[in-house]
Design a binder for this molecule. Structure first.
Ligand SMILES: Cc1ncc(COP(=O)(O)O)c(C=O)c1O
Length: 460
């Protein structure tokens, strides 16, 4: 992997203990291997710190045939996933990447954005580079209120908080509301980045199973009674990683329970608009008569993730705390980006870009589904989500998906193993999350056919 450049220079390699327990080999063997690698110049050691990939062998990343845009994006806190931890692994151009749920840069509307950016610079000059108010640029908040009407959400500029991505949104909500030892309820499994935030705040996570139509309400109520959590974190439409969506009834019941047990809901909407089968989900926020829902919107999957931009609607009682948390985190989201995004919406370019992304993703979704239907190995099931970017496969219970990943990686296919999406050691290790966001349409069919063959072969 070092020779291929898959492991970048100065990447920290796993500890001797980690490797020996992962591969079930003696630690002396690992020490000897690391010594040999060091004597050949592949790695160097930092006393007291660990073993690192050599700088001298430095792989020329720019000249390589690697797609720079397919670094894995999500946070994988699991030890077994050390190789892709924090985007340290990069995937070469021959590998089909079903692990990343982020669009590749060829889909970004760079030319349109450049024109709008220049217009903003001519119009606002130095003002575009000043501190922006912490709550966000007022005209943009206004544009967002208009945009939200498409989601059946009515709200005023006062309740919008601009954030530097939904990940920051989760972080500042946690910062504002959670103390060490407070409980948060999440679905099980759930988005790894949310787990990482709640853990980093010292919160306890009570995870609740998902049924085919959303969270299991009996278990939820049991946990609400038992733990009196401060927050419920949920992804009700095209859930990450399972693709499950809540029924309308469950959406309403969830809010009633939040009201009954006096807690708040974070509604993480990262792709609800990627609705390919006319599901027309209504966000929890539009049923929220008690100001219990914080509606959190990411644009990373349908726009450009590197802009680090998103927003949330904040219930009046939380506004002050969340604003303070935002201010102490980064004062404000980039004013230049906010102004540019505002003009981009006002010129109708947002809608144009969305229509384009929607068509591309829809074709990929349909191709993924039809290829799975034709090639699905025996005893493997998948959930037909109707939208979003992920398909969740359930393999036979005894299946070791982490080992399958090693096997498929060596055959140039990567996916996200289901085990990483649990907040505690999962009892189930037999799921795979397949994302088609970063896979060009022509690679979907051969990629899935190959993966299905590998699954059957590996099982035998
Ligand atoms: C469910 C979910 N929420 C939030 C995020 C973070 O989004 P952003 O890039 O807007 O911070 C992601 C990213 O993958 C996600 O999958």
């Amino acid at each position: 992997m070092i020779e291929k450049g898959t492991l970048l220079s100065d990447t920290k390699l796993p500890s001797v203990r980690q490797i020996s327990s992962m591969l079930k080999i003696n630690s002396v063997t690992v020490i000897n291997c690391y010594r040999q690698l060091e004597s050949k110049g592949y790695v160097y050691t930092k006393p007291g710190s660990g073993t690192y990939v050599s700088t001298s062998l430095s792989f020329n990343y720019e000249k390589s045939n690697c797609d720079k845009n397919v670094f894995l994006d999500e946070i994988y806190p699991n030890d077994d996933m050390f190789l892709i931890n924090n985007g340290q692994i990069k995937i070469d151009a021959n590998t089909i990447n079903f692990a990343s749920s982020t669009p590749t840069s060829d889909l970004f509307p760079v030319e349109d954005f450049k024109l709008v950016l220049n217009e903003v610079l001519d119009r606002d000059m130095g003002n575009a580079f000043n501190y922006q108010e912490s709550q966000g640029y007022y005209p943009l908040r206004s544009s967002i209120c208009t945009l939200l009407k498409n989601y059946q959400i009515n709200c005023l500029e006062e309740s919008i908080q601009i954030i530097s991505g939904a990940q920051q949104g989760i972080d500042i909500i946690a910062k504002a509301l959670l103390n060490q030892g407070d409980y948060v309820i999440t679905e099980s499994p759930t988005y790894t980045g949310a787990i990482a935030v709640f853990k980093s705040r010292g919160a306890e996570i009570a995870d609740v199973d998902l049924d085919a139509d959303g969270i299991n309400l009996d278990l939820l109520e049991y946990n609400l009674k038992k733990y009196s959590p401060k927050l419920i974190y949920t992804i009700p439409s095209f859930h990450n990683p399972t693709g499950i969506s809540y029924s309308q009834q469950k959406r309403k019941n969830l809010i009633q329970l939040a009201q009954k047990y006096n807690t708040y809901i974070i509604e993480d909407d990262y792709v609800s608009e990627l609705d390919f089968e006319g599901k027309n989900f209504i966000p929890l926020r539009s049923f929220d008569n008690w100001d219990k829902v914080i509606f959190l919107k990411s644009f990373s999957k349908i726009f450009m993730p590197g802009l680090r931009f998103g927003f949330m609607t904040v219930p009046p009682k939380l506004k002050k705390h969340i604003l303070e948390a935002k201010h102490s985190t980064d004062i404000s989201t980039s004013g230049l980006i906010q102004r540019t995004f505002d003009l981009y919406i006002r010129k109708g370019l947002w809608q144009k870009n969305f229509n384009n992304m929607y068509e591309i993703y829809k074709k990929r979704y349909l191709k993924t589904i039809s290829t799975l239907d034709q090639n699905m190995p025996q005893n493997v099931l998948y959930h037909r989500s109707g939208g979003g970017l992920n398909i969740w496969l359930s393999l036979p219970y005894s299946y070791m998906v982490n080992s399958l990943l090693e096997y498929s990686t060596s055959n140039n296919i990567v996916f996200a193993p289901g085990g990483i999406f649990y907040s505690s050691a999962p009892s189930k290790l037999n799921n795979i999350r397949l994302s088609f966001a970063a896979v060009p349409i022509e690679k979907i069919e051969p990629g899935i056919e190959k993966l299905c063959t590998l699954i059957s072969r590996f099982y035998k």
